[in-house]
Write a protein that binds this ligand. Sequence first.
Ligand SMILES: Cc1cc2nc3c(=O)[nH]c(=O)nc-3n(C[C@H](O)[C@H](O)[C@H](O)COP(=O)(O)O)c2cc1C
Length: 196
Amino acid sequence: MSHTLLVVAHPRTDSLTAQVAARLHAAVKDRGDSMDMLDLYAEGFDPRLGEPDEPDWEDREKRYSPEVHAHMERVAAADEIIVVFPVWWFGLPAIAKGWIDRVWNYGFAYGRSKPCLRGKRMRWLGLAGGSEQDYADAGLAAAMDVQLRVGVSEFCGIDDAAVHLVYGTELSGVPATARPDHVHRILDTAEAAISS
Ligand SMILES: Cc1cc2nc3c(=O)[nH]c(=O)nc-3n(C[C@H](O)[C@H](O)[C@H](O)COP(=O)(O)O)c2cc1C
């Protein structure tokens, strides 16, 4: 049995991001696997990196804050890590960026000849208001892929990593009658992306 850590970064429980997370949760359960749902807003995660969580480059064994160590244990326990987030300014929302800053810390996520996180599978799933064409034309999909897959996952020794973007998630331009089908498609696309 595999264990998934599903990290969700959205302030609203009725957001598309939350709906996608619920769909992925159900899919993992259907597979018979276990899941730890980490809703960063609901758990009140503080994304600010304070002095106790600053890396000490001369001490890989540094004890960070208790909150950070509790999160490290949840990451370490997972075979698969999925981060579901709305794309904000072509990157992670601050709360998810702060989770990486604080928890994916020196000595734990990187800085060892044998990376602690090697062998895990990681998927980044971003909900993007823009279109696939916009992202391709401006090189933004490639930029996010390099930033998250290479800059975080692979940097931390996780080679089985991928970034998936689900486009057209801004519903304000979609007529009310077309929204249920539109949302349905987004959820199906998200589940298919994560399963691949
Ligand atoms: C602060 C902020 C920044 C955003 N920046 C982007 C962006 O850079 N690119 C993009 O495609 N959409 C952007 N959007 C649109 C969101 O990605 C979109 O509204 C979201 O995916 C819809 O899903 P939700 O219901 O889960 O929020 C932004 C939205 C907000 C609130």
